[in-house]
Design a protein around this ligand. Structure first.
Ligand SMILES: NC(=O)c1ccc[n+]([C@@H]2O[C@H](COP(=O)([O-])OP(=O)(O)OC[C@H]3O[C@@H](n4cnc5c(N)ncnc54)[C@H](O)[C@@H]3O)[C@@H](O)[C@H]2O)c1
Length: 247
């Protein structure tokens, strides 16, 4: 029996990268999952491949009306809502001197407002289910400064901070809210592969395990936080970076 048997989940940004892997692992563990993304063709194809327990709903996480449709779809598909993985995000690497205020607003709209709306919209159905687990995807860029990550870092620090207040307020309803902080993860849209062996050696020197992570290594953390095995864990920061941020 899977670790998520009987649970109903939503994963945003699930058409590719880590979101696709999270959706796959949740289904493998027995959950019924609504995958959402802007990319309808890729999302539909993945949901079809995952079978009857998966369903795709096109969504822009910045739009309130889209969230209402997604929540309705998840409750219809799974009969309830137990798990929300706020994974969708955008990313670019650009100097603080080059980003405009409009660039920053666009980053915050997707990466922060999108998470905020998801948490707000999940409260009623999770309360109706007797509790739930929300996982907000931040980054190690939400725990430290990284060159070129001014706008992105601001958004991911905001996700980390918002998670803590949400955890405090929603704990009384049995709703747990945690943030995860991946390092460099291969097989994703946001990963820039080293261009040659010399660059790889230099970059991976800063990672204790001397390699990038794989998407499934992050999905295992998502499965744990979604499951009842993490029933006493809330408001916490879960770093999955091979030791990149130890120093
Ligand atoms: N890849 C990494 O190395 C890394 C490291 C740390 C944190 N993260 C975080 O992990 C999460 C997943 O990263 P990834 O690299 O797998 O992402 P990705 O770029 O591969 O996929 C992101 C998905 O989100 C979707 N998306 C973007 N804007 C959207 C919107 N407004 N509404 C709905 N969907 C939208 C995209 O269409 C895409 O399918 C993100 O939150 C990211 O910030 C990634």
């Amino acid at each position: 029996m899977g670790r998520l048997e009987g649970k109903s989940a939503i994963v945003t940004g699930a058409a590719q990268g880590m979101g696709a892997s999270h959706a796959r692992r949740l289904v493998e563990e027995g959950a019924r999952v609504v995958l959402t993304d802007l990319q309808a063709d890729r999302g539909e194809a993945l949901a079809k491949e995952l079978g009857d327990d998966a369903r795709f709903v096109e969504q822009n996480v910045t739009r309130e009306a889209d969230w209402d449709r997604v929540i309705d779809a998840a409750v219809a598909h799974g009969g309830r809502l137990d798990v929300l993985v706020n994974n969708a995000a955008i990313h670019w690497v650009r100097s603080v001197q080059k980003d405009s205020a409009d660039d920053l607003r666009r980053m915050l709209d997707v990466n922060v407002v999108g998470v905020f709306l998801g948490v707000q919209r999940a409260i009623a159905p999770m309360r109706a289910a007797g509790g739930g687990s929300i996982v907000n995807v931040s980054s190690i860029a939400g725990t430290r400064g990284i060159p070129g990550h001014g706008a992105y870092g601001a958004s991911k620090w905001a996700v980390r901070g918002f998670t803590k207040t949400a955890a405090i307020e929603l704990g009384v309803h049995g709703i747990r809210v945690n943030s995860i902080h991946p390092g460099a993860i291969e097989g994703t849209g946001m990963f820039s592969a080293p261009e040659d062996d010399a660059q790889r050696d230099t970059e991976y020197q800063a990672i204790a395990l001397r390699r990038a992570g794989g998407v499934r290594e992050v999905s295992e953390l998502i499965v744990f936080l979604a499951s009842d095995a993490s029933s006493y864990i809330t408001g916490a920061e879960h770093i999955v970076d091979g030791g990149r941020s130890i120093w």
